[in-house]
Ligand binder design. Structure first.
Ligand code: FE2
Ligand code: FE2
Length: 335
C-alpha cells in the first residue's frame, strides 16, 4: 500500500521524486555495456520474499504475529515473486560490475525466510560481486539476529576477511562500504540506527579509501538523511550520519526502505563528485506490482566514471513499464 508522502527537505538538500535520473553531477555518458571505463552497480532492494510463513508456537513473538497479519492485509497482494524473478533476469542481462542489495529480504525473521533469502541471493551472481546490507525486516526480532549474521556472511564479508559492519569491498577503483542500520525494535516500529562506534569506523574508512583515490559508494537500508522518513520509520542518528558525510565525503549513497524512487543530495566539501554534492539514491521495492509509478517495481543502474581527480555519477532505472507488464528501461536519461 502506498505510504504517505515524505515531508519537505531542507534547503541544503536537493530532493527529486521519480522519475529519478541524472541529477547533480554534471551528467555522465549513457551506459554502454562493455565499455572499459567506469563502473556500474545494479541496486536492488526490498524484495520482501513471499509468502511470509505463519509463526508457530516455538517461533511466536508478538511482533512476528502482528507482522504476519500486516503482510496478509497488504503486502501479500502487492508482492509478486514472478515479477521479481523477471526483474532479476533483466538485471543479470545488463551485466553490471557489481550488485548492491539494501535489505528487507525477509518479512518477520523466520528461519525458513532466511533459507529462502540465501537461495535468492545466490541468483544474483558470485558473492564476490554482490554486496548486502540488512534492513529492519531482516533484523525483525532479537531471535533472528544470529540467523541474519550467518545467512548473509558471504555477501557481507569485507576485504579484511571479517563479516562485520562497516565492511569495505574494493572492486577496481570503487570502495563499496556496507553499513547496518537494521536492529530489533518494538511492534509497529521500523526505525534504524547506526550507533557511534559504527559511525566512527565509517568516518575512518571514508578517509582511508578516499586517500587511495577510490570512489566511495555507501550501502545502507534506511534513508540516511534527516527527515527522509516518517516518524517511527527513520534512521534515528541521521543527523550524525550527515555530519560524517559532510566532513569525510562519499561519492554515492544507495538505500532502500522507503519502497519508492527517491533522489536527494547533500553538499560536502570532502566529496570528489564533479558537482560537489553526494547523491543519495533510493530505489523502490523490487517486487511491488503496484500501479503507482513512484512505487512500481524497479532497480537502478548507478554508474561512476572518473573525470580527472573527480567522479561523475549517473543513474537510470529499469523495471515494470508504466503502461504494461513488460520490464525494460523505465525513464529516459535527462542529461
Ligand atoms: Fe521494506
Ligand atoms: Fe525497511
Amino acid at each position: 500500500m502506498p505510504r504517505k508522502p515524505f515531508p519537505p527537505t531542507r534547503p541544503d538538500c536537493i530532493s527529486v521524486e521519480a522519475p529519478l535520473l541524472q541529477p547533480v553531477n554534471g551528467g555522465a555518458a549513457p551506459y554502454e555495456p562493455g565499455r572499459v571505463m567506469g563502473f556500474t552497480i545494479a541496486h536492488i532492494t526490498d524484495p520482501h520474499l513471499s509468502p511470509a510463513p505463519l509463526p508457530g508456537l516455538a517461533d511466536f513473538r508478538l511482533k512476528r504475529f502482528m507482522g504476519y497479519v500486516n503482510w496478509k492485509r497488504g503486502r501479500e497482494r502487492l508482492n509478486d515473486m514472478a515479477l521479481l524473478a523477471r526483474l532479476v533476469e533483466d538485471l543479470r542481462a545488463q551485466r553490471p560490475d557489481h550488485v548492491a542489495v539494501t535489505g528487507d529480504l525477509v518479512n518477520i525473521g523466520m528461519p525458513a525466510e532466511f533459507r529462502r533469502a540465501a537461495a535468492w541471493m545466490e541468483t544474483l551472481g558470485d558473492p564476490a560481486d554482490v554486496s548486502f546490507v540488512p534492513g529492519n525486516h531482516d533484523a525483525y526480532v532479537r531471535a533472528a539476529m544470529p540467523m541474519l549474521k550467518a545467512t548473509f556472511a558471504p555477501w557481507t564479508t569485507g576485504d579484511s576477511g571479517a563479516s562485520a559492519f562497516p565492511y569495505v569491498r574494493v572492486r577496481r577503483d570503487i570502495a563499496i562500504i556496507g553499513l547496518t542500520s537494521g536492529l530489533p525494535t518494538g511492534p509497529l516500529m521500523a526505525t534504524g540506527k547506526l550507533g557511534r562506534t559504527q559511525l566512527e569506523r565509517f568516518a575512518t574508512l571514508l578517509d582511508e579509501t578516499g586517500a587511495r583515490g577510490l570512489a566511495r559508494v555507501v550501502l545502507i537500508h534506511h534513508p540516511p538523511l534527516a527527515r527522509s522518513a516518517p516518524p517511527l520509520r527513520g534512521l534515528t542518528d541521521a543527523a550524525a550520519f550527515e555530519h560524517v558525510l559532510r566532513q569525510h565525503g562519499a561519492e554515492a549513497i544507495l538505500h532502500g526502505h522507503t519502497h519508492r524512487q527517491l533522489f536527494r543530495s547533500l553538499a560536502s566539501r570532502a566529496t570528489k563528485t564533479v558537482g560537489g554534492r553526494v547523491p543519495v539514491l533510493g530505489a523502490p521495492s523490487a517486487a511491488a506490482a503496484t500501479r503507482d509509478p513512484r512505487y512500481r517495481a524497479a532497480y537502478h543502474l548507478v554508474r561512476l566514471e572518473r573525470d580527472g581527480e573527480r567522479w561523475r555519477v549517473s543513474a537510470r532505472a529499469r523495471g515494470l513499464a508504466l503502461d504494461s507488464e513488460a520490464i525494460g528501461e523505465r525513464e529516459a536519461l535527462a542529461v
